[in-house]
Design a protein around this ligand. Sequence first.
Ligand SMILES: Nc1ncnc2c1ncn2[C@@H]1O[C@H](COP(=O)(O)OP(=O)(O)OP(=O)(O)O)[C@@H](O)[C@H]1O
Ligand SMILES: [Mg+2]
Length: 252
Amino acid sequence: MSSSSSIPTDSTTSKTAVRVRDVTKTFGTGDGRTVALKGVDFETREGELHLVVGPSGCGKTTLLSVVAGTLDWDAGEIDVLGTRLNGMKKGAVTAFRGRHIGFIFQQFNLIPTLTCVENVSVPLLLNGVHRRQAESTAAELLQRVGLGDKGRKHPTELSGGQQQRVAIARALSHEPRLIICDEPTSALDRDTGHHIMDLLSTAARAPGRCVIIVTHDPRTYGYADRITEMEDGRVRQVLDGDALRHYVAQHA
Ligand SMILES: Nc1ncnc2c1ncn2[C@@H]1O[C@H](COP(=O)(O)OP(=O)(O)OP(=O)(O)O)[C@@H](O)[C@H]1O
Ligand SMILES: [Mg+2]
């Protein structure tokens, strides 16, 4: 495994990219009520690849969704790239996300009526890039994720792992400062998984950027600068430095 954990993240000088303070989120009411986040504190720094791990249902996707501004939360503060999301109008959050955040959803969320090149072009078009340039960048990105020959195909013509890679190319296309990924390697074989993690590590190291990844996949742990482990709507532990190295070795 090519590990990036040997690259130091200087937490004394690097800036905070995402700060979540005491955030709660409840779904439903009455008997159907689920408290998905029970006062979560979470922090990611620029230049960092940060993994969020924990059992199914512990609140990982919910945490990513409130940070990406795609889901409202009940209480607590969220700052993303120096912008406080609390109190922002929906349209402003959408515009902020479109400019600065690339999101790889657990379910990929590709647009079935568009080809792969068109899907990857969408964030660029939304940011004012002309179609021809957007499609040329998209084709290049598809090449980088190993799908150079699939550009004209539609998502339904691809395997799950291939669709996942199109979603990754789309999230990288407009070079967002924050990349948020929900299980980016779940449908990928070993080699492709490592190739994608290499791409995401490189994206995390670019100046002023960071990557947050929810994962169940221990093959990704060696790439982490920090791991936040969640349990039942709460943060159980945050690992970096020697504790992180020990955790990675334990799970290898
Ligand atoms: N839209 C929703 N409506 C009602 N309950 C929800 C909704 N989304 C999530 N939940 C509940 O909130 C809790 C946290 O869900 P979440 O999707 O964040 O878990 P997760 O850690 O991402 O799990 P997994 O690893 O299976 O993806 C779960 O109990 C889930 O059932
Ligand atoms: Mg999830």
